[in-house]
Each structure stands twice: as structure tokens, then as C-alpha cells.
Design a protein around this ligand. Structure first.
Ligand SMILES: [Zn+2]
Length: 266
């Protein structure tokens, strides 16, 4: 049986794979992928993502990743607002959030960039695609103080504890799982994926990173969500079609319909 798969978080504009994007999208389509949200990390990727949304498989998320907070400039929010308003298939703000993995020297700037982009998401009624590493207390503080947009948000590559998962679900967020869910030693992650309500679960690849177990050592590709769906079905004692169908419904709820978004952003 042919299933429909969706990837809520792929970096199709990453310089490592951008030249291959046309082939990757054709491969994705032929393997049953029915939707990909292409996420930006840096401002320079925004025009490439806009261009990629010409492919009917692709939706776009524009934003500035915390790794690249030094790229922040005074007019960034104005440029982001204009880009999102101009492009009906750019339907989310991402990838945004906090990352203290390499230390906290720019924590204040990261929190300001995160807060400001959240405010724009509320203004434009767009969902947010969230990155977080080693910063959960600050992450929830910012969400409490700034507030999530009504269209909610997605914890991309969720990999924290059940307690954090519960907090994220209580905040109204989706949890998105990718390649590492299939690693044999990922016991804590598998427990979270079995625990989360299926109507709050998404699949992703973080293409070109985080490949599933059987592709380890290679770049990931959007069709690798097949392995994540299979793992979710096993962990939850259900079928792959049941998982794929609900995850597609969740994906569509996040990205919406281009026409609807266009009106919402007017
Ligand atoms: Zn990412």
C-alpha cells in the first residue's frame, strides 16, 4: 500500500544540497513524500527557499537560526515580514529558538532574536518551527513571556525527557521526530515517541543531517521519514498507515492551505 509521507523540517536550501534540490524533490515525490517544509537557517537562504516553493511539494519557513544570531541586523524583522507577506507558500517562521550547546556568551542576543521572531509570528498568524538545545528553562520562559502564535509551533528534532515533552505538549506544541528515533540505543527518545498523543506528533528528517539508522554515515533525505513512520508504528503498537495518515493530517494543520494562509497574512 502506498502511503503519504511528510517532512516538517528539511534544510533544502543548505549549501551542501541546494544544487541537488531538483533531484531530491523528484526522488521524494517518487517515494511517496507529499509535503516538505523547507526551513531556513540563515537570511541568505530565504530567496532559495522562496524559489523552491514553486515545487508543489514544498512549503517554506523563513527565519534566523540561533547558530547565526550574529547575522541579526536592524531591518531583519521588516525584511522577514515583507518576505512572508509576499509569498503565499511561505507558511511558517523557522528555524528559530535557543542553542546554548556551544556556551551562553550570546544568550541575551539569542533570546531577543527568538522573542522578536515569535512576536512577528503572532502578528502574521503563522506557526513557528522551534530549535532548542541545552536551554529548556529559558525556552519555556520566553514562550511564557512572549506567547506562542495562535497557530502554535513545532519542537523540531525533539529529544528531551518525558517531563519536558509533557511541558511542551501542555504549551500546545507538536513534537517532531527524525532519524535518531530509529537508533537502537535511543531508549529515552523511543519512550517519549510512544507517550506523545499521535495527533501532536510530526515526522521530519532535518535533511541533510540526522539520518536514520540504516543510512548512518550518509546525508539524510526527505524520504527517510518512511523509517521514522515505521519506528513510530512499532513503538506505539499500531500500523504504518495509521501513523502516516495522522502525521499527514498534523502536517497539513501546521502548514495550512496556501490560499488560506495568504488571506490570513493579508
Ligand atoms: Zn534544522
Amino acid at each position: 500500500m502506498d502511503l503519504n509521507y511528510t517532512d516538517i523540517h528539511a534544510h533544502l536550501a543548505d549549501p551542501r544540497i541546494l544544487p541537488l534540490a531538483a533531484d531530491i524533490l523528484e526522488e521524494s515525490r517518487s517515494r511517496g513524500v507529499r509535503g516538505i517544509l523547507a526551513n531556513a537557517a540563515r537570511v541568505g537562504e530565504w530567496p532559495d527557499i522562496v524559489r523552491l516553493t514553486a515545487n508543489p511539494l514544498v512549503y517554506g519557513a523563513l527565519g534566523l537560526h540561533p547558530f547565526f544570531v550574529e547575522e541579526w541586523y536592524d531591518g531583519l524583522i521588516g525584511d522577514l515580514r515583507r518576505a512572508l507577506r509576499a509569498e503565499p507558500r511561505c507558511v511558517a517562521i523557522g528555524e528559530i529558538g535557543l542553542d546554548f550547546y556551544r556556551g551562553r556568551t550570546d544568550a541575551a542576543r539569542q533570546m531577543e532574536a527568538f522573542t522578536t521572531q515569535l512576536a512577528l509570528a503572532r502578528e502574521l498568524n503563522l506557526p513557528v518551527i522551534l530549535h532548542n538545545r541545552k536551554a529548556w528553562p529559558e525556552f519555556f520562559d520566553v514562550l511564557r513571556q512572549a506567547g506562542l502564535p495562535a497557530r502554535g509551533g513545532v519542537c523540531h528534532h525533539f529529544s528531551a525527557s518525558i517531563e519536558i515533552a509533557r511541558q511542551a505538549l501542555d504549551a500546545g506544541l507538536y513534537l517532531s521526530f527524525c532519524g535518531p528515533l530509529t537508533y537502537p540505543n535511543a531508549r529515552r527518545l523511543k519512550a517519549v515517541a510512544a507517550y506523545a498523543p499521535l495527533d501532536r506528533v510530526l515526522t521530519e528528517t532535518d535533511t541533510p543531517d540526522l539520518p536514520p539508522e540504516r543510512y548512518r554515515g550518509q546525508e539524510s533525505r526527505p524520504f527517510h521519514v518512511q523509517d521514522v513512520v515505521r519506528e513510530l508504528a512499532t513503538l506505539r503498537g499500531t500500523t504504518e498507515p495509521a501513523v502516516a495518515q495522522q502525521v499527514e493530517t498534523n502536517f497539513l494543520a501546521v502548514v495550512g492551505d496556501g490560499v488560506e494562509w495568504w488571506r490570513g497574512k493579508g
